[in-house]
Ligand binder design. Structure first.
Ligand SMILES: [Zn+2]
Length: 221
């Protein structure tokens, strides 16, 4: 009897082993299926990724405006006199902004080649497209008085989380009268409620340039 029990135990053990082997093979098969599905998904994802071409930097002579100036941020008190004066003029001009529809008041100032500074504010209209941005107001004032080349500009507006840079139309317009890469100083205006607005010494200023803002301007021949 004990012999029979031993043989039965051996058979049970073998069966158990076979059962485990079967399970392992089934698991492997299932794993292989999963792997195939994952690979298929990966191939699909790869197809949808934007392609990286890795072309060399273009040296074509057809690109007319290589950027000459650096773009950086600096505190107001560390800024050069040219930038500080323009920003203060722009901030003062902003007080005259007429923006009852957007409530986004903007001031701008541009220094002409002969040193005169022209300021402007945005002027809105109930017919929105008839309104004018601060940058173009300032430049139009200058051009209408005979100045057609400007060598620096400043724009001041309040934006809760960033810099209020010139709109696309103004970038093209500034470009028209810049003739070369010129610095554009951009700062966040202090709160509108202040009667006599002024920049804090540690106010951050973005010093950019017209070619940074508009690397490919519209051209005619
Ligand atoms: Zn504009």
């Amino acid at each position: 009897m004990s012999q029979k029990r031993k043989e039965l135990k051996k058979c049970m053990k073998r069966l158990d082993g076979l059962h485990k082997e079967l399970q392992r093979r089934r698991t492997c098969k299932r794993l292989n299926n999963y792997m195939e599905q994952l690979k298929e998904l990966q191939r699909e994802l790869d197809k949808r990724q934007p392609q990286k071409f890795g072309h060399p930097v273009c040296e074509s002579q057809m690109i007319p405006h290589p950027i000459k100036l650096h773009e950086y941020t600096i505190s107001f008190c560390q800024l050069d006199n040219c930038g500080r004066e323009l920003l203060e003029d722009a901030l003062n001009a902003r007080c005259n902004a007429y923006a009852p529809y957007s409530n986004c008041k903007v001031g701008a100032a541009f220094r002409s080649k002969n040193g005169r500074v022209f300021t402007g504010c945005n002027v809105e209209s109930v017919a929105f497209t008839a309104g004018c941005c601060a940058e173009r107001t300032a430049l139009v004032k200058g051009v209408s008085e005979g100045c057609r080349v400007f060598n620096a500009g400043a724009v001041v507006a309040y934006h809760p989380s960033g810099y209020a840079t010139p709109c696309g139309v103004c970038r093209q317009f500034i470009h028209e009268f810049a003739k070369m890469d010129i610095p554009i100083y951009i700062a966040r205006a202090p709160e509108i409620s202040e009667q006599l607005p002024a920049f804090e010494d540690d106010a951050e200023v973005l010093v950019t340039s017209i070619y940074h803002l508009l690397p490919h301007s519209f051209l005619v021949y």
